[in-house]
Design a protein around this ligand. Structure first.
Ligand code: CDP
Length: 788
């Protein structure tokens, strides 16, 4: 991911010159931690060492004696205002601060408010909390066993740890297909809990101005408007009405879904500011961030795939346990508690499918973040791509040939999947063929066969994924009831320069560049004359924010539609200025001219000036438009990735030797940004495939809670990505574009896992759960009798 667009990347650079804003004291100041306000207080948080424990006593005396400490805020304090619990995005409830017990290690227990960051930290260390440990439940399977301790004792009628059961598809038809199948394969696949590990941790500066009676919160959020509404709904009873709340999301150092939910720290900071009337800053440190929020995956999947004797796939059946931690705080559309997991038939023409998911409570922090993916699509892709590979190997058919046989064919689009999705467009065979040509597939297979004879372990893995992005058509998609449209508002100033504001929020994807390009293309105004702004709820039109690669499919479309509205009005003004009929005008980017008389023309700049100085009588002045775009369908980007690995039989280490990624995101707006998105995404796909995992011991101690043991790939481990693309436009998107920001993170892990299994298949290895660490591979090799 490019952290910020630079002139080299897109030409626009960073259009908002925050350097000149007095609120930011450092020259480069653009992030939440750069916000400095007079009289600002600092919040630090006391966290629980236990994963499940009763709180007996919180002794604040020593903390209050620390110079600079002003207050210690506990759950009891918030309970007076009914702010100790808050709703999650999935309509569950989450503690802001506990009153009775803690539910996971690193849970917020109290907040310490002080005049400096150091005093707040010293104060937090001096708070003494007495706990009584309770039985801990970490394994979701055990959590569902009869007699397991019930964790959510706050829910009066709750008798177990089961959150919900959800299923989709035709069970009877799927069972029938399985009973008639010539070949079936079955596998347990675990996708472990991982962390988004963005460069910038979460934080905010909350400032309740008692004079203006207005709350301004600068915060690390991917969805500022939704947050404003949630704040108003949760805190309306203490006087925070929505028009008195302003959320500003300045530059964000990576979001990846982790900055969609509301975390307790934000709420405590707001409460502290409302109570004191002072600005309050809360910034997580790295370990707090890694241990307490922004977790994804944790899916225990059992998948079965059925095929005819000739290798035609017929049916898919999946059962899953979704470990949500102690509350269901996933950021999924309301209608789909398992996100978009039911796009799990992937790129294959399966006639029957059935998927079941059960949500489970455990003593872990909330999970279920859509980590650089469209609500569980990574889990879906990993499952189907592993299973298709397994079936191909089982049948002794080359995995590429097997995929080609079973792909949804170009002429089948728009394609209705067995699980009800309507894929807009695709040409899966073309992407795979291009990837095979680029990597030299046939030669690699020959090399593999020769190496195998010499006892060397080399594998080739394919992932031909289909993504599903652009949530969403509002008839199916909402979050907490807020319909998932998105917006663009554009104003053309008299001198022909423009400002465009959006309901989305870039976290480094370069919206400032690509949105300006869309508007430039549609209006003929140079990109550098268009200022793009996002992330301030007092100025931007309402939108649902940026995650799930929805910006281009939804807000990008809104930009095109708004620009076309502006053009419609511009045509009327041009007709008036040129004394011609509207129908007699031809548009070419930047100007209208009279049909057959190209010299009689008016530029968009001429028209903009006239809109304020010489517009037709009876027409409203000004040249502006807004679009709240509700997409008719999602977009379905896709790709084929091929990975070559060498496995060291002595150490178990997996080395990615080559990786070719062919992506198709429809029409591309900015090739360099798309390439940057794919490169970053591939590295974020490599990471969980080989390195990253958050796990817990049986009493709930986190493993992976610092960068010493949560292994991020560095330049040393990251291979040279070889990228390319095919272009299959979306038929319903105004620009023919599909999203791309997450494709590579979604598609890459399966290619790597498939490559490793391919390298070891002849030894009897059928599946390895990611991350495929040297220790796991070494153990497997020894079990299979490989000695060096
Ligand atoms: O929602 P998010 O911005 O994360 O994802 P996206 O819509 O896939 O866009 C990521 C970046 O790639 C944005 O700057 C897009 O404008 C750009 N993009 C593009 O240039 N062409 C496409 N077809 C899709 C995205």
């Amino acid at each position: 991911m490019a952290l910020r667009t630079t002139p080299e990347v897109g030409g626009m650079g960073h259009s908002i010159k925050r350097k000149e804003d007095p609120r930011f004291i450092r020259g480069r100041g653009t992030y939440v931690d750069d916000v400095q306000l007079p009289g600002m207080l600092y919040l630090d948080i006391v966290r629980s060492p236990h994963a499940h424990a009763k709180i007996i006593k919180i002794d604040t005396a020593k903390a209050m004696a620390v110079p600079g400490v002003l207050a210690v805020i506990t759950g009891q304090d918030l309970a007076k205002y009914n702010l100790h619990w808050m709703p999650t995005l999935m309509s569950d409830t989450q503690m802001v601060l506990p009153v009775e017990k803690v539910m996971y290690q690193a849970q917020e227990v109290a907040g310490v408010l002080a005049t400096s960051r150091y005093a707040a930290a010293d104060g937090a260390a001096a708070v003494q909390v007495e706990y009584e440990p309770l039985p801990v439940v970490i394994d979701p399977k055990k959590a569902l066993e009869p007699g397991a301790p019930v964790l959510r004792t706050d829910k009066k009628d709750k008798k177990d740890n089961h959150i919900w059961h959800w299923e989709w598809g035709d069970r009877a038809a799927t069972d029938r297909a399985f009973s008639e199948a010539a070949v079936t394969v079955k596998e347990d696949i675990y996708l472990p809990r991982i962390h988004v590990a963005s460069i910038e941790t979460c934080g905010c500066v909350a400032h309740f101005d008692k004079v203006l009676d207005k709350l301004t919160v600068w915060m690390t959020t991917q969805a500022p408007h939704a947050i404003r509404t949630v704040f108003a709904l949760v805190a309306g009873h203490v006087g925070l009405a929505e028009h008195k709340i302003r959320i500003i999301s300045p530059d964000i150092g990576g979001g990846f879904g982790g900055k969609v939910p509301v975390y307790p720290g934000y709420v405590i900071a707001v409460a502290a500011s409302v109570l004191t009337g002072k600005p309050v800053k809360w910034i997580e440190d790295r370990m707090e961030n890694l241990q307490a929020d922004s977790f994804a995956r944790d899916y225990h999947i059992t998948a079965e795939l059925a095929a005819k004797k000739d290798g035609t796939l017929t049916a898919l059946r999946i059962k899953t346990l979704a470990d949500h931690g102690y509350t269901d705080a996933a950021a999924n559309p309301s209608k789909f508690p398992a996100g978009l997991f039911h796009v799990c038939t992937g790129s294959y023409d399966l006639k029957a499918a059935h998927v079941e998911v059960d949500g489970v409570y455990t003593n872990k922090p909330p999970g279920g973040i859509a980590y650089r993916c469209s609500f569980r699509v990574t889990e879906a892709v990993h499952t189907i791509e592993r299973m298709v590979d397994l079936m191909a190997h089982q049948l002794g058919v080359d995995p590429a040939e097997f995929r080609m046989k079973n792909f949804v064919k170009p002429e089948q689009f728009p394609y209705k999947s067995a699980l009800g999705w309507e894929y807009d467009s695709g040409n899966y065979g073309a992407a795979l063929t291009k990837a095979m040509d680029m990597i030299g597939y046939a030669d690699l297979r020959r090399e593999q066969a020769e190496k195998r004879k010499r006892g060397q372990l080399m594998g080739i893995g394919i992932s031909s994924f289909t993504e599903i992005v652009g949530a969403g058509p509002s008839k199916h998609f909402d979050i907490l009831g807020l319909k998932m449209f998105d917006s663009c508002e554009i104003r053309i100033h008299p001198t022909g320069k423009a400002i465009a504001r959006f309901g989305t929020k870039s976290q480094g994807q370069g919206h400032e560049t690509t949105y300006a390009q869309i508007l430039a293309e549609e209006l003929g105004i140079p990109a550098q004359d268009i200022q793009v702004e996002e992330g301030d709820t007092d100025t931007a039109p309402y939108g649902l924010g940026t995650y799930a690669s929805r910006s281009t499919p939804v807000a990008g479309a809104a930009a095109a539609v708004a620009a076309r509205k502006v053009r419609d009005k511009a045509r009327k003004i041009a007709a008036y200025l040129l004394e011609a009929a509207e129908d007699d005008l031809v548009w070419e980017p930047g100007k209208f001219s009279v049909k057959g008389a190209p010299n009689k023309s008016k530029t968009i700049q001429d028209i903009a000036f006239a809109a304020y100085t010489n517009h037709p009588q009876g027409m409203e002045a000004g040249l502006e438009a807004v679009s709240y775009y509700d997409p008719p369908n999602l977009t379905y980007p896709f790709g084929s990735y091929i990975c070559v690995v060498d496995v060291d039989s002595g150490t178990g280490e997996v080395k990615v030797r080559r990786f070719v990624a062919i992506d198709d995101c429809g029409n591309i707006i900015n090739p360099m940004i798309v390439q940057g998105q794919v490169h970053g995404g591939l590295t974020m796909g490599l990471a969980p495939a080989l390195f990253e995992e958050i796990s817990y011991d049986e009493i709930g101690n986190i493993r992976g809670g610092s960068f010493i043991d949560y292994l991020l790939p560095t330049a040393m481990e990251t291979p040279k990505w070889e990228t390319g693309h095919t272009v299959t436009p979306s038929p319903h998107h105004p620009l023919g574009a599909k999203g791309v920001g997450e494709s590579a993170t979604v598609g890459a892990p399966a290619a790597i896992a498939n490559a490793v299994v391919d390298a070891l298949w002849h030894l009897g290895v059928r599946h390895i759960d990611i991350p495929i660490t040297p220790a796991k591979v070494w153990k497997l090799l020894r079990e299979k009798g490989v000695t060096e």
